[in-house]
Every structure is written in structure tokens, then in C-alpha cells.
Design a protein around this ligand. Structure first.
Ligand code: FES
Ligand SMILES: [Fe+2]
Length: 373
């Protein structure tokens, strides 16, 4: 799992004035909005006795722990300890990590890491979001597999005729002609030619009278840390899925999807679009849940790669570099206290870097810096 990235944690319309618990990188967070509407993301672990802040209540822009009523502001600083008499100071150590947030493409994003603003990797562009010719649906499903397995599955064009029958490709012609990967530090994309499936169902109705092309181009791409784009050109229009593979833990993934289409853009076709996304995920689920080893190997040579795996190989190479740079969530980000097998993950937030003296006073230790180890 990679830290130091913007993670889309929740659909924005689910984040409001009721605290909402979300999980990512094995860590629990609480999301809420300030009175002015700005999203807030705090570590869900109260420093007093580990209560879940998400079970508490909001008071103005602060959240109150449900256990002993400690109150934290949006920066994660404790501003009230009810059991203390008024003249007692609040200890400086009484704070939780607060993560930078932004709201984009109908999602609330949080920066899970401690990099200063100018060093943070970008949030990917989703141009369809503000294009009025597109309509979006949201979908989500939990998969009992590692997020890198579910992530690689979506960029992988070669599995489609086997796992999805005629949904994208043609099982009679499963060859993938060579394709060129266009890569940046944070993304990779390729136009891949597939033999087209016979059109069917509601979406096939309009296409029936048109001649069937020899191939269709699908665009598959990944955007670090966990997003995959799948652009399918159907005879009646474009369908573009952005697939967010949120690591709940090492072996459980919450897949959230934004699905854009520029045909049948009325609300009446939303349920059908969602059903098609669900069908694809239900086909992928048993396959990715059965993969062994459950976690993606670190060494390229531990699995065999062929030409059509180029996008996944590009990902594994880039990930190896980031692991070297110290961006992998590992033992030093996980607090075990003195009780074996009772652990919680805590990712260091930017406040620790901004103020090293404060960082050393932090109760929930976490590795800061992201430097090579
Ligand atoms: S555990 Fe949160 S106030 Fe005691
Ligand atoms: Fe698939």
C-alpha cells in the first residue's frame, strides 16, 4: 500500500454534518464537513483511549469523542477535555492527525501522507466530469482481494474475453495486437485494439443496422495510487469507467466506480448502466479472489509477463521505485503498543513535518519523511 498520495475516500454526497467512518491503507478515518461545508479528514483514533471519533458528534467545526468527550478541531488539535477543571492546560500531545482534503469529481479526497503541498503527486484529470454531454453513475462493491490485484485486473485487456465473454471483446479472437504505453511519473495509458463483440441488449438495439468494424479501440490506463480508467467505444457512444481500488486492508478492497456515458443520458438509463458495471465486477470478483499469492509479488520475476501485460509491468516498475523511496506503508506506520496482535495503522500527516518538535511529541507514532530507508 502506498502513502503520500491523494486518495478518493468517499462519494461527496455522503459526507455531511454526520461524522462518517471510512477506511483506507488499513487505517480508519472520520470524514465530516465544517459549518462552511469544507470536508475534514481526521484519524479516527482518539489519543486518549483509542475511541472512534466517527461515533461522536459535531459541535461547530469540532468533533467530540463519544467516550470521554474530548473535542478536536478540524486541524486535529484537542480543544476541550471535559474531565479537566477549566484552569488545567490541554496537553500539547492531545492531537490526532488531520489530513489535507479536497472535493473533486463528486468525491472527497484526502492526502494520506506528510509531503508538503508542492511535492504532492497530482489528482488525475477526469475531463468527462464537467462535460455536459456525459452522464455519470456511481457504484461500489467490496472484494475480498488485495487492491493491487483488483487494480491490475482492470488494466488487463487480455482477460476480458475469458472472464467477461462478449462484454468487451470477442472470445473467438482473443489476440491483443502490440500496443504502445504512454507513461508519466504518475500514470500510464494505452490504446488497445480488440475484436469487437456482437452488440446485444438495450445498447445493441440502435447499433444493429450499422456494419461491424474489424476492431474497436479501448483505452486502458492507470493513475497512481489506485485508479484505473477503462474507455470503451461502443457503436452507440463512449463509456468511460474510473475505478478506485481503495485498500481497506491488505486483503480487502472497496471498489468505487464513476461511470460516464454520452448516450442514453437520461436518468431513466442509470439503473441499466449500474447493472452493467455490477455484472462486470461480479465476473471479476471470483477470479481476483482466487489469485495466489494474495499479495502482488515485489519482484517482477516472480510472475511471468507477456507483451499484453505491458501496463501491469509498467505499474510494478514504478511501484518498485516508490517502495525504494519509502512510500510503502509498513511496520513503522503500524502501532502495536505493548499488546501483541492489537494494531492500528497511523499515517503521518503534514503537521508533523511542519513542526518537528510537535512530531516528536505525537502519541501515535508514525514514520515521517518518506525518505529512503
Ligand atoms: S477515548 Fe476519546 S475521550 Fe477518552
Ligand atoms: Fe475484468
Amino acid at each position: 500500500m502506498l502513502k503520500n498520495f491523494w486518495y478518493a475516500l468517499e462519494f461527496a454526497d455522503r459526507v455531511g454534518r454526520d461524522p462518517r467512518k471510512v477506511t483506507c491503507l488499513g487505517q480508519d478515518f472520520v470524514l465530516y464537513r465544517t459549518e462552511a461545508g469544507a470536508p475534514v479528514c481526521l484519524s479516527d483514533l482518539c489519543v486518549h483511549r483509542g475511541g472512534a471519533l466517527s461515533m461522536g458528534r459535531l459541535s461547530g467545526d469540532c468533533i467530540t469523542c463519544p467516550y470521554h468527550g474530548w473535542q478536536y478541531d478540524a486541524e486535529g488539535k484537542c480543544v476541550r477535555i471535559p474531565a479537566n477543571s477549566a484552569e488545567r492546560n490541554i496537553p500539547r500531545k492531545a492531537r490526532v492527525d488531520s489530513y489535507p482534503t479536497l472535493e473533486r469529481y463528486g468525491m472527497v479526497w484526502a492526502f494520506l501522507g506528510d509531503l508538503p503541498e508542492e511535492q504532492r503527486p497530482p489528482v488525475p484529470q477526469i475531463p468527462q466530469h464537467d462535460d455536459p454531454s456525459f452522464r455519470a453513475v456511481q457504484y461500489e462493491m467490496v472484494i475480498d482481494a488485495n487492491y493491487e490485484r483488483t487494480f491490475e485486473n482492470v488494466v488487463d485487456a487480455a482477460h476480458t474475453p475469458f472472464v467477461h465473454g462478449t462484454s468487451f471483446g470477442n472470445p473467438v479472437k482473443p489476440e491483443i495486437p502490440d500496443f504502445r504505453v504512454q507513461q508519466t511519473d504518475w500514470s500510464a495509458e494505452a490504446d488497445i485494439r480488440l475484436s469487437p463483440p456482437p452488440p446485444k441488449g438495450l445498447w445493441g438495439l440502435l447499433a444493429r443496422r450499422r456494419p461491424r468494424p474489424d476492431y474497436v479501440t479501448v483505452t486502458n490506463g492507470w493513475y497512481l495510487p489506485n485508479i484505473v480508467k477503462l474507455h470503451v467505444r461502443l457503436p452507440i457512444g463512449d463509456m468511460i469507467l474510473y475505478d478506485f481500488n481503495i485498500p481497506l486492508s491488505q486483503d480487502r478492497t472497496l471498489v468505487k466506480i464513476l461511470g460516464y456515458r454520452n448516450f442514453f443520458t437520461g436518468a431513466w438509463a442509470d439503473a441499466n448502466a449500474r447493472k452493467r458495471i455490477e455484472k462486470i465486477l461480479l465476473e471479476d470478483r471470483p477470479v481476483v479472489e482466487s489469485q495466489r499469492p494474495e499479495l502482488l509479488p515485489f519482484d517482477l520475476s516472480d510472475e511471468l509477463h507477456v507483451r499484453s501485460d505491458a501496463l501491469q509491468v509498467a505499474y510494478r516498475r514504478r511501484r518498485a521505485q516508490l517502495i525504494k523511496d519509502g512510500w510503502w506503508v509498513d511496520g513503522d506506520d503500524i502501532i502495536t503498543g505493548d499488546v501483541p496482535r492489537r494494531t492500528a495503522t497511523v499515517i503521518a500527516s503534514p503537521a508533523r513535518r511542519d513542526n518537528p518538535e510537535l512530531a516528536s511529541a505525537w502519541v501515535h507514532k508514525a514514520r515521517t519523511g518518506g525518505e529512503p530507508r
